[in-house]
Write a protein that binds this ligand. Structure first.
Ligand SMILES: Cc1ncc(COP(=O)(O)O)c(C=O)c1O
Length: 410
């Protein structure tokens, strides 16, 4: 058959209604675009990236290589190798003081996969999922892909980008199925205190049909006096309706290895594992062996990277605080800043065009050699997100370009 035959006879592909409801991840799209521009030779400082710039710790990389050499290259149980389950449970117990059994673990190809599967396991058409905004870009689309209805609650800068108990209480309906709580949060770096988590838990006590999906993927990256408190530790009475999501992507610079996990009540875990058994069988066996090494023993890598991110956060906050028109809340965790840019909206570019919103602003920043992501992608405008997971020198240069671009606006 010739190419001409193929093009004339093929019926056009029609995506499912499910796919029609969602969009590709805007942060992935922005990072891809920035990468393309850089590859084409454009002088660009890329502050879109949502992953550590460090290499995977060598203890984990070597364990992965050794696993390949030793032939550990076959399917594993759906819920992972026993040694990985034990390593996850020990780390969770060390971090939270909570002992769990293996029936409380599910694994996936990244925290993202676990969250998607959890929603697929729990949602029926029309079920509502409460998502505080600004939110990680994927939550609303993941909910819609699984027939749910995202209920977005705006948590502005003046509230520290945190959900209040009053907001939560007012949003709960008989159709509410989940609250998604991301702590520390992407894109703001906001961290809930133990008391704030307990206050949200107190609201949920009166609503036993509402579950919590606590996405704690950034819990090793924090800048306060003490590590963030897990929802599981702060609200023990919710244990039978909480799923804690975590993984090695951010804590151990293992984004490309693809491994995440969920810890929760066995009936939910069984449902997710049933789906995983039909979708992916198990995460990569090699990755699992690397993760065992990453999670066992001293966590020097996490401590060292935390110090690096803290220094960069301070550097970027100090630089952006000098920029008229921006207002920056220092992040308390994760590796992002989410400045408010209200003071630059309505201004004119040198070519006379008006900056009408945060998308116009990040397009202008891009033209001026620095890539960021607009706040609307995260459900809160006017803001933009920048990642501090890049070298001090590039971060300083990126902030200088933001300042120079802002100064061009009249
Ligand atoms: C808030 C949040 N949750 C989950 C993830 C997923 O991480 P992974 O799938 O790499 O474990 C990300 C990644 O950017 C994130 O920002």
């Amino acid at each position: 058959m010739s190419m001409a035959d193929l093009t004339t006879t093929a019926a056009p592909f029609k995506p499912s209604a499910r796919v029609g409801r969602i969009r590709p991840s805007p942060s992935t799209a922005a990072a891809t675009r920035a990468g393309e521009l850089k590859a084409a030779g454009v002088d660009l400082v890329d502050l879109t990236v949502g992953e550590p710039d460090m290499d995977t710790p060598s203890v984990a990389a070597e364990a992965g290589i050794a696993a390949i050499r030793a032939g550990r290259t076959r399917y594993t149980p759906v819920n992972g190798l026993p040694e990985l389950r034990r390593a996850i449970l020990s780390r969770h117990a060390a971090d939270t003081g909570i002992d769990r059994v293996e029936a409380e673990i599910t694994l996936g190809g990244g925290g993202k996969h676990v969250i998607f599967s959890a929603l697929m396991a729990a949602l029926d058409p029309g079920d509502e999922v409460i998502i505080p905004a600004p939110y990680w870009v994927s939550y609303p689309d993941m909910v819609m892909a699984n027939d749910g209805t995202p209920i977005i609650l705006t948590c502005p800068q003046e509230h520290g980008f945190r959900l209040t108990p009053g907001q939560l209480e007012a949003a709960i309906t008989p159709r509410t199925r989940w609250l998604i709580l991301n702590n520390p949060g992407n894109p703001t770096g906001a961290v809930y205190s133990r008391a704030e988590l307990a206050a949200l838990g107190a609201v949920l006590e009166a609503h036993p049909h509402v579950w919590v999906l606590a996405d704690e993927i950034y819990d090793s990256i924090w800048f306060g006096e003490a590590a963030p408190v897990s929802f599981a530790a702060a609200v023990p009475h919710m244990r039978d309706r909480t799923l804690i999501v975590n993984g090695v992507s951010k804590s151990h610079a293992m984004t490309g290895w693809r491994l995440g996990w969920g810890l929760g009540p066995p009936p939910l875990i069984r449902a997710i594992n049933t789906l995983q058994s039909q979708m992916s069988s198990c995460p990569s066996s090699v990755t699992q062996m690397a993760a065992v090494a990453a999670l066992s023993g001293p966590q020097d890598f996490s401590e060292a990277s935390r110090a690096v991110y803290r220094r960069r956060r301070d550097l970027a906050v100090a630089a952006l605080a000098q920029v008229p028109g921006l207002s920056v809340t220092p992040s308390e965790g994760a590796f992002y800043l989410f400045p408010n840019c209200a003071g630059l909206i309505g201004r004119e570019r040198p070519d006379g065009a008006v900056i009408a919103n945060d998308l116009d602003l990040v397009v202008f920043f891009l033209e001026q050699g620095v890539a960021t992501i607009h706040g609307a992608a995260y459900g809160l405008s006017p803001h933009f997100r920048l990642s501090i997971a890049t070298s001090d020198a590039l971060l300083a240069e990126g902030c200088a370009r933001i300042a120079a671009a802002a100064a061009l606006l009249r």
